[in-house]
Design a binder for this molecule. Structure first.
Ligand SMILES: Nc1ncnc2c1ncn2[C@@H]1O[C@H](COP(=O)(O)OP(=O)(O)OP(=O)(O)O)[C@@H](O)[C@H]1O
Ligand SMILES: [Mg+2]
Length: 339
């Protein structure tokens, strides 16, 4: 019983993540009252900070769990891009395959948060800055080439798509070739699954599963409808596992050797949920690491769910350490059959 609570040692697994690198920019303020100029609230600026989001957050999560991690992607050659790069380097992520592109805007989500002294933060506004076009074709081609080259020495590869144009069918085919060579390849999809036929697993949330199968996300709360949507996606694309993340409903797993009705875990988390940003990044990172470490898929889901339950209790896009994962596993919900 005791040994089963211990997460595997991931420190010998070389991993990579390719996808959209994002800057999460927080502006922390204090509310002052209503404006006399317009019906809006006035906030007093208190400070600001940035975090590494999107694929950069997946990379930080992989690294925090002990795996030597390389990130492949592009940033703008701008202030936000530099800050994301610095965070990745500070956290020990290998950034040799990150290209900075002059004139291209680093995708940036600015969240204005407000808090009264000693009260919890509340998001007031989100402002998105986006590049006008996907990264140049030549940079995308270099990212693909890096994947081909790296795949000879990788245990796991995560593709983190936030729909900024790096992840396309060509990248999918490169990822699928990596899977053919024995790399565990996990796609956290947003825009497309085209080209990814043959990768190991997909980790959509419910909205993404609905989008790929032409359904309404609101209808997929019912386990039968969810399983039917999962089957529909598994007919569209050949993958071993489909891990559907369901927010505060936990996760459901479908695929090879599993009950067609699915295997599920309830959301874990001992305390108050503070910020769900990046929980899906943690889920994809841990699921990929666990599969690459030889863990059975339902147990890999349990680990991913436990780790996600840790990060939702912290502000911003957070990471889960091996110690936190071990502690969370002691009381983690077990996988059960649903439907
Ligand atoms: N409110 C919550 N309470 C407990 N656990 C949660 C909550 N929200 C998310 N989680 C955990 O995090 C996992 C991933 O969350 P979710 O399904 O929201 O992914 P996502 O939509 O891809 O997130 P994002 O893209 O913002 O990172 C869930 O399966 C669950 O384990
Ligand atoms: Mg997600």
């Amino acid at each position: 019983l005791f040994a089963s609570d211990t997460p595997p040692d991931f420190s010998a697994l070389r991993v990579a993540v390719v996808g959209d690198l994002i800057c999460d920019h927080y502006v922390v303020t204090e509310p002052r009252g209503l404006s006399r100029e317009a019906p809006v609230i006035v906030l007093r600026h208190r400070g600001e900070h940035v975090q590494a989001g999107g694929a950069a957050n997946v990379a930080r999560n992989l690294r925090a769990l002990g795996a030597p991690t390389r990130v492949v992607g592009v940033l703008g050659r701008d202030a936000r891009g530099r800050e994301v790069l610095e965070i990745l380097e500070r956290d020990g992520v290998d950034v040799a395959c990150v290209e900075t592109i002059p004139g291209w805007t680093t995708p940036t989500k600015t969240r204005v948060v407000a808090a009264e002294p000693r009260r919890s933060l509340q998001q007031v506004l989100r402002l998105d800055r986006e590049p006008d076009e996907p990264a140049p074709a030549a940079a995308r081609e270099r990212a693909r080439a890096a994947i081909e080259e790296l795949s000879r020495s990788l245990g796991a590869l995560v593709i983190s798509d936030y729909d900024y144009g790096l992840v396309d069918a060509d990248l999918g085919r490169a990822a699928a070739r990596a899977a053919q060579r024995g790399v565990v390849v996990v796609l956290d999809p947003r825009g497309t699954v085209e080209g990814f036929d043959g990768v190991t697993a997909l980790t959509p949330n419910v909205a993404e599963l609905a989008h790929f199968t032409g359904r309404h996300a609101g209808d997929l709360g019912d386990p039968r409808a969810l399983a039917a949507a999962a089957r529909a996606l598994l007919e569209q694309i050949r993958v071993r596992y489909l891990l559907v993340t369901r927010g505060n409903d936990g996760m459901a797993l479908y695929g090879d050797g599993l009950d067609p009705r699915g295997v599920a875990v309830e959301a874990s988390g001992a305390g108050d949920v503070t910020d769900v940003t990046g929980a899906g990044d943690t889920a994809a990172a841990v699921f990929a690491l666990a599969l690459a470490a030889g863990v059975e898929a339902p147990r890999a889901m349990q680990l991913a769910n436990a780790a996600s339950g840790v990060v939702v209790m912290e502000h911003g896009a957070a990471v889960c350490t091996p110690g936190e994962l071990a502690a969370a596993l002691a009381s983690a919900p077990a996988p059960v059959r649903i439907g």
